[in-house]
Design a protein. Structure first.
Length: 167
């Protein structure tokens, strides 16, 4: 008795379509995850004295980079120089905030005019320099709380990739 077996290699994984299927699916889920995180971080970001259109909130944005490479990255960041300070806070004993940076905040938060705000600014800058302030941690807290949602997005994409490559 003679036993023979023939194996035929067919399907998307064997005809070179798999890399494109994987890249397309990963790009799609990366855009989805980045937009989701951007939206959720903005919910935690302080609006500030300039409002949503001109303050820190308006500088939070998500971006997908390395789009053509095998490794696709999504980042959510703030373009504002104050973004990191608001995120991390300021430790006691560090440098004071720059002169003039708090004037508008003092006017709006304390309900004073520009002349009175100028008088108060030195004392407030000094207190911030001495005592510091806690960070809002809007990026860090959002990542920690929303990581399971992001993980499910990528798991769903993995199943979608497997289905498309095998079928």
């Amino acid at each position: 008795m003679e036993l023979k077996a023939t194996v035929t290699a067919n399907g998307k994984i064997f005809d070179g379509q798999a890399p494109e299927i994987i890249r397309t699916a990963l790009m799609g889920v990366m855009y989805e995850a980045t937009q989701y995180l951007e939206r959720e971080i903005k919910k935690e970001t302080p609006v500030g004295v300039s409002g949503a259109k001109g303050g820190l909130l308006s500088t939070v944005q998500g971006e997908v980079v390395n789009k053509g490479d095998p490794v696709v990255k999504g980042v959510v960041f703030s373009q504002s120089p104050y973004g990191l300070v608001v995120e991390k806070g300021r430790r006691p004993g560090k440098t004071w905030p720059p002169e003039g940076a708090l004037l508008r905040w003092i006017e709006l938060k304390m309900g004073v005019d520009a002349v009175q705000a100028k008088r108060l600014e030195f004392a407030i800058r000094r207190k911030i320099g001495r005592k510091g302030f806690p960070g809002k941690r809007m990026f860090e807290k959002t990542w920690e709380s929303k990581f399971p949602v992001i993980q499910r997005m990528f798991e769903r994409a993995g199943f979608d990739i497997a289905r498309k490559v095998n079928g």
